[in-house]
Design a protein around this ligand. Structure first.
Ligand SMILES: Cc1ncc(COP(=O)(O)O)c(C=O)c1O
Length: 391
C-alpha cells in the first residue's frame, strides 16, 4: 500500500474516488458523510457543478504564467479579499504555513525599515498551531511537532491563552516584532479565545507598536458565520492569514495586511513561483462568489448554528459528552472517553470526522452540508456515545 510514499500520515486505508456535496464515495461504492471536509478545505463540498465547469474552462484558457505578469483575476480576487477582511493588500501564497511565513517576515521587515533592528522576537500562544515550515513551526507550541527540528527561529515566547497580564509583560516594545494567534485554536482542541482576550491583545499591540497577526487559516473564510472569526469580537488585526477553503480545494494561502504594514514591502522582499496563478484564482473567485452572492455564507451560518445546537443537546443527553467547542462549522465536542475510538466507530458507521488535542472530536463539514445531513451526523454521534456510555 503506497510503498513509495513517505510514511508521514496515519491513514485509514480507505480509498475515496468520488463524491457529491457533503458525501464521499469509496472505491467499493460505499457512501460516507463527510464532516472532515478535507480538513476544513472543501467548503463547496465535492463535485460542485459550477466549480467543475469554471475549472474546465480555465484549463483550456490559461493555467500558469508566473508573478512577473498580471492577470485579470489578480486584482479582482485581491480586491474582494481586502473588502471582506477590511484590510488593504493581499499576498497570494500556496498554503497556510506559507501565508504565516509571509506574515512573520512582514513583521520583521516592518521594524527593520524603521531602524528598529532589535525588534525581531515573536510572541505566540500555548496550544498554537501555525504550520510546519521553520518560521511557522517556531511559533507553534506543541512539543512533538517542534522538538525533532530544533533549533528553530530564536526569540519566540509563548503565553497562556487568556492570561492578559503575562501577555502585557511578554510584548516588549523594543524586542517583539509581532504577536501571532488563532482567534479559535484549531489543532489543540477547537478552543475559542474570549472577546475580552482578543480585544486586550489588540490594545496591547497598538500601544506597543507590535504587529498583530491573526491566523484564520482554519477559522476564517466564513466558516464560523462571519468572514473572519474575530469579526464576532469586533477586533481587526494588522495582518490576517487565510488558506484552507479559499480556493475551494485547490492549494492557496493568503496574507492580508493593513496599509501601513503592507506598504513596508518592496519588490523582491518576498515572493513565490506558483502563488496566485490564474487557475487557483479562478477557483477562489467561484468560492468568494458563492459565499457572497450564492447564499453560501447564510447557509454556513445556519448549518453552523444547527450543528452547535446539536452538540449542546448531546452534552445534555450523554454524561461522556462534556462540552461543545468552537463556533459555526468549526466545531468540537470534548469527550471523557477515548476520542480516537469514537472517531473509528463513527467512520465504521459512515461518518468522517477528525480529532483535536487529546479529547476533542472535531467536525469541519463543507458549507454546503444540508440540514438533514447535520441531523444525520448528530444521530450517528448519539448512537456511538450511547454504545460507549456506562449502563
Ligand atoms: C490555524 C492553522 N494555521 C496554519 C496551518 C497550516 O496550514 P497548511 O497545512 O496549509 O500549511 C493550519 C493547518 O491545519 C492551521 O490549522
Amino acid at each position: 500500500m503506497d510503498e513509495h510514499v513517505m510514511r508521514l500520515y496515519a491513514r485509514t486505508g480507505e480509498v475515496f474516488v468520488g463524491g457529491s456535496g457533503a458525501t464521499l464515495v469509496d472505491e467499493k461504492g460505499n457512501e460516507f458523510l463527510d464532516f472532515l471536509g478535507g480538513i476544513a478545505v472543501s467548503a463547496l463540498g465535492h463535485g460542485h457543478p459550477r466549480l467543475i465547469e469554471e475549472l474546465r474552462d480555465q484549463t483550456g484558457r490559461l493555467v500558469h504564467t508566473s508573478n512577473l505578469f498580471r492577470h485579470p483575476y489578480t486584482e479582482d480576487v485581491a480586491q474582494r479579499i481586502a473588502r471582506l477582511t477590511g484590510l488593504a493588500n493581499v499576498f497570494f501564497a500556496n498554503s497556510g504555513t506559507e501565508a504565516n511565513e509571509a506574515a512573520l517576515k512582514l513583521a520583521r521587515v516592518h521594524h527593520h525599515r524603521r531602524g528598529e533592528l532589535e525588534r525581531t522576537g515573536f510572541v505566540a500562544l500555548e496550544g498554537s498551531f501555525h504550520g510546519r515550515t521553520m518560521g511557522s513551526l517556531s511559533v507553534t507550541h506543541t512539543a512533538k511537532y517542534r522538538t525533532p527540528f530544533e533549533p528553530l527561529v530564536p526569540g519566540v515566547c509563548f503565553v497562556a491563552p487568556e492570561d492578559i497580564a503575562t501577555l502585557e509583560q511578554a510584548l516588549e516594545p523594543r524586542r517583539t516584532a509581532a504577536l501571532i494567534l488563532e482567534p479559535i485554536q484549531g489543532e489543540s482542541g477547537v478552543r475559542n479565545l474570549s472577546p475580552e482576550f482578543l480585544r486586550a491583545a489588540r490594545d496591547i499591540c497598538t500601544r506597543t507598536g507590535t504587529v498583530l497577526i491573526h491566523d484564520e487559516v482554519q477559522a476564517g473564510c466564513g466558516r464560523t458565520g462571519t468572514f473572519l472569526s474575530a469579526d464576532a469580537a469586533d477586533v481587526k488585526p494588522d495582518v490576517v492569514t487565510l488558506a484552507k477553503p479559499i480556493a475551494a480545494g485547490l492549494p492557496m494561502g493568503v496574507m492580508v495586511a493593513s496599509a501601513p504594514f503592507a506598504e513596508t514591502l518592496q519588490p523582491g522582499d518576498h515572493g513565490t513561483t506558483f502563488g496566485g496563478g490564474p487557475f487557483v484564482l479562478r477557483a477562489a473567485r467561484v468560492f468568494l462568489d458563492e459565499l457572497e452572492h450564492g447564499g453560501l455564507q447564510q447557509a454556513a451560518a445556519q448549518r453552523g448554528e444547527q450543528l452547535q445546537a446539536g452538540l449542546l443537546q448531546l452534552c445534555g443527553d450523554f454524561e461522556i459528552a462534556l462540552e461543545p467547542r468552537g463556533r459555526g462549522l468549526m466545531a468540537g465536542l470534548r469527550l471523557s472517553v477515548d476520542v480516537k475510538d469514537v472517531q473509528r466507530r463513527l467512520f465504521a458507521a459512515g461518518l468522517i470526522t477528525t480529532t483535536a488535542g487529546a479529547d476533542v472530536l472535531r467536525l469541519l463539514p463543507p458549507y454546503v452540508v444540508t440540514a438533514a445531513q447535520v441531523d444525520r451526523g448528530m444521530s450517528l454521534i448519539a448512537s456511538v456515545l450511547k454504545e460507549l456510555s456506562p449502563r
